[in-house]
Design a protein around this ligand. Structure first.
Ligand code: HEM
Length: 343
């Protein structure tokens, strides 16, 4: 999976370097859709259906948060139409995928739908739509915001480059080799996870602009919180973005500061500076994100390749952020890109 994600990212960045101005958000959306469709569902990377599916998906998501009135001219009507087209195309895709070896994700979905004895085709289609939706919008937001934060902080890019070259190159063969070729030839899950500063940068992007800003849960058993009784049956909303900004663990919480993660343990819930329930971009528990590891992998590969291959300038250094449906710069983040010359 790693070589495939790397190829996909590299072909996008090669295209960026050959053009003058790039409008980052729509580009990242296309990239995230292609990666999710191919790596998770098993659609062939050169399949012409991917572009068509993405366009229909765009119609679907544009109209999804609309007043539920099924009448011509209303967004809801358009969303239903797009959903129908999407189901037809995914039906064909599943039939194709079933002919060849399927991805681990699809194998798991095939197995569970058999075990549940549900209407296999319909439930498969719903799951595929869910995966593509949950996967590509979130990744598009996080990759776009990474380009923005790193574009604002050349010092962070420099530190990333130092770490990547040191960990992926120097330690490998005791000699100074060109960082990019070296990294490209040798990325592995284990090596990527050794890049601690990269992990801190990803945490910081997801802390400041978590793609899912909040979540909902139904109360199964009454409980008390801060002196208030929350009754069984209520639906409560938990704030992800609000928690990240108000938690005492994060000093100067509005600053983009990857170094803060040197002293914070994101996975532990005990003691001073333990941030398990203060940092929850993927939520927790039985309904937490199933795509967490995949998403972190894609983000890390994207950043590794971006900083090594490109130098870029933000046309608008401090864009306003729009938060619905996912947080991204309101102007879609136009950047000027050129191949990296200074390592
Ligand atoms: C940076 C990227 C991502 C972020 C920040 C993110 C965040 C989240 C969050 C917060 C939830 C829980 C929502 C709730 O409270 O109900 C969730 C659920 C989910 N995520 Fe992700 N996600 C990301 C990427 C992905 C990817 C790539 C996939 C596809 C494999 C995915 C698939 C899902 C699914 C299927 C659920 C629903 C799980 C359930 O209800 O049991 N996500 N995600």
């Amino acid at each position: 999976m790693i070589p495939f994600i790397q190829d996909c990212v590299t072909s996008v960045l090669t295209d960026w370097k050959s053009r003058r101005d790039i409008v980052t958000y729509p580009e990242c959306k296309q990239m995230a859709f292609r990666i999710s469709a191919c790596a998770l569902i098993g659609i062939k990377p050169n399949e012409h259906k991917i572009g068509e599916m993405h366009e229909i998906f765009e119609d679907f998501t544009r109209s999804i948060f609309s007043i539920p009135v099924n009448f011509p001219g209303f967004g809801f009507r358009q969303a239903l139409k797009a959903k129908k087209q999407l189901h037809a195309i995914i039906r064909e895709v599943i039939a194709d995928v079933q002919k060849g070896p399927s991805t681990p994700v699809m194998t798991a979905i095939f197995k569970s739908s058999e075990a549940l004895g549900e209407d296999r085709e319909e439930s498969l289609i719903e799951v595929v739509v869910d995966l593509l939706f949950a996967g590509h919008e979130t990744l598009a937001s996080a990759t776009t915001n990474s380009v923005m934060f790193l574009g604002q902080r050349k010092d962070v890019v420099k530190k990333l480059l130092d770490e990547i070259r040191h960990k992926l190159c120097y330690e490998q063969n005791d000699m100074v080799v060109d960082g990019y070729d070296c990294a490209t030839d040798s990325l592995s899950f284990q090596k990527i996870n050794e890049l601690k500063y990269l992990n801190n940068v990803v945490n910081e992007v997801l802390r400041l602009l978590p793609p899912a800003g909040a979540g909902y849960r139904k109360v199964l058993k009454s409980f008390e919180l801060g002196g208030f009784l929350i009754p069984k049956g209520w639906v409560v909303m938990y704030g992800i973005r609000d928690t990240h900004i108000t938690s005492p663990v994060f000093e100067n919480a509005a600053d983009f500061d990857p170094d803060r993660w040197a002293d914070i343990d994101a996975s532990s819930s005990h003691g001073h500076n333990k941030a398990r329930f203060q940092f929850l971009p993927f939520s927790y528990g039985a309904r937490g994100c199933i795509g967490k590891t995949f998403a972190q992998l894609v983000l890390k590969i994207f950043i590794i390749e971006l900083v090594q291959q490109c130098e870029w300038q933000l046309r608008n250094d401090r864009p306003k952020i729009r938060f619905a449906p996912m947080p991204v710069p309101a102007d879609n983040l136009t950047i000027a890109v050129k191949p990296r010359t200074v390592k």
